[in-house]
Design a protein around this ligand. Structure first.
Ligand code: GDP
Length: 416
């Protein structure tokens, strides 16, 4: 490496031009190979009213028949249905998890309809955080279930967003990448659709709802992504029906007035959605999930646990220091609780002792009283007995004198 090729950079890092072949240019291929071996996971959350076309769209997207029984409109609460599938295209394996809302929009009171959705998203972020906090982490086998994208299905009313849509999106936009879709877009005319799209975007902006923006920082995709950002929300149509158009069989919906071809870009935005979601931006959706949404969740959770990067004096604090402080705090708290428990225990013992003493005194008084009553009773009986005995003696005396008198009377009578 000749000296004259050296360029001294401001930050003291020298850029050198290599004269030989070292092989580290193959590094990206190594990454690709490893990723292919490992396989990919992608998790989609579909939020939308029952019957809005969630299952059909997922089937259309992946050309599968994952469709299950029709959902009922009579659930008392919003629920979630989770299904995981292994898909393969060429030599690339994809573990696809589709989570769909069940009973969304079917309750009279919809105020808390978004809660099960938040709970699910948070539970997946929490599971990842728990894995990260383990001493022995195993991310290689770990099935990352964090939601990478939320397809939010908007009813093709042509009017505006429902309050349920705004409420839900407002509550989940900091947790997940939202791509809004106008469902069953074949039911709305071209003119109405344009107006509806801009109305939706205005409403999202005025309500401060953040939706996912296709990234424009990579020059290979910047142009297509920025033009796609201008087409949001995508107007989609789903169908698994094969319809004959000319000599070709295409997927579409057959109407008395003609055929809507799902994959015709003049008919709907289905192909745009598929390309953006699976072909161009899948990796970015995953990256955003990790670097933005997970990072935000992790930061809040760690702060709640008491961790911080800087102390009150704005100086960096090490993990060790925080751990020690937390341990001391916990120890002090235990001590305080122990002391409190001791005090409480002593107080309870004292209270119990007083109550017992009072009860004992009461019993003693009762006993004394009974003893006195009994004594008096005995004395009374003794007195009665004495009186009776005197009466008996008197009686016998009287009896004896009467007998003597009788004998004298008899004797006198005989003499006479
Ligand atoms: P989910 O309950 O949201 O999963 O809805 P489904 O996918 O089960 O669809 C409910 C009904 O709507 C079915 O009869 C579908 O054929 C129909 N459907 C689905 N997608 C579309 C669409 O894009 N346009 C029209 N017109 N109907 C659709």
């Amino acid at each position: 490496i000749p000296d004259d090729e050296e360029i001294q950079k401001e930050d003291n890092i020298r850029c050198l031009t290599t004269l030989g072949h070292f092989g580290f240019e193959c590094f990206p291929y190594q990454l690709v190979n490893r990723s292919i071996q490992q396989g990919f996971a992608f998790n989609i959350l579909c939020v939308g009213e029952t019957g809005i076309g969630k299952s059909t769209l997922i089937d259309t997207l992946f050309n599968t028949n994952l469709k299950d029984n029709k959902s009922s409109h009579f659930y008392s609460n919003v629920g979630l249905k989770i299904q995981t599938y292994e898909l393969q295209e060429s030599n690339v394996q994809l573990k696809l998890t589709v989570v769909k809302t069940v009973g969304y929009g079917d309750q009279l009171n919809k105020e808390t309809s978004y809660q099960p959705i938040i709970d699910y998203i948070d539970a997946q972020l929490e599971a990842y955080l728990q894995e990260e906090l383990k001493i022995k982490r195993s991310f290689f086998e770990y099935h990352d279930s964090r939601v990478h994208v939320c397809l939010y299905f908007i009813s093709p009313t042509g009017h505006s967003l429902k309050s349920l849509d705004l409420l839900t999106m407002k509550n989940i936009d900091s947790r997940v990448n939202i791509i809004p879709l106008i469902a069953k877009a074949d039911t709305i005319s071209k003119n109405d659709l344009q107006k509806f799209k801009s109305k939706i975007m205005n409403e999202l902006i005025s309500n401060g709802i953040q939706i996912y923006q296709f990234p424009t920082d990579d020059e290979t995709t910047a142009q297509v992504n920025s033009s796609m950002n201008g087409l949001l929300p995508f107007a989609v149509v789903g169908s698994m029906d094969e319809v004959k158009v000319g000599k070709r069989m295409v997927r579409g919906r057959h109407y008395p007035w003609g055929v809507l071809q799902v994959e015709n870009e003049n008919h709907c935005d289905f192909v745009k959605l598929r390309d953006m979601l699976l072909c161009t931006n899948m990796e970015n959706l995953k990256e955003q999930t990790h670097t933005q949404h997970y990072e935000c969740y992790r930061c809040c959770r760690l702060q709640k646990m008491g961790f911080t990067d800087v102390g009150p004096d704005n100086q960096p604090v090490s993990f060790q220091e925080i751990y020690e402080a937390k341990r001391q705090e916990f120890y002090d708290q235990c001590q305080r609780q122990e002391e409190e428990l001791k005090q409480r225990f002593m107080q309870l013992v004292k209270e119990k002792e007083t109550t017992l003493k009072e009860a004992e005194k009461e019993l003693q008084d009762k006993f004394e009283h009974l003893k006195r009553v009994q004594q008096e009773e005995i004395m009374k009986l003794e007195e009665e007995r004495r009186q009776l005995e005197e009466e008996i003696i008197d009686f016998y005396k009287m009896k004896a004198s009467s007998e003597t008198l009788q004998t004298q009377v008899c004797t006198n009578t005989k003499k006479d």
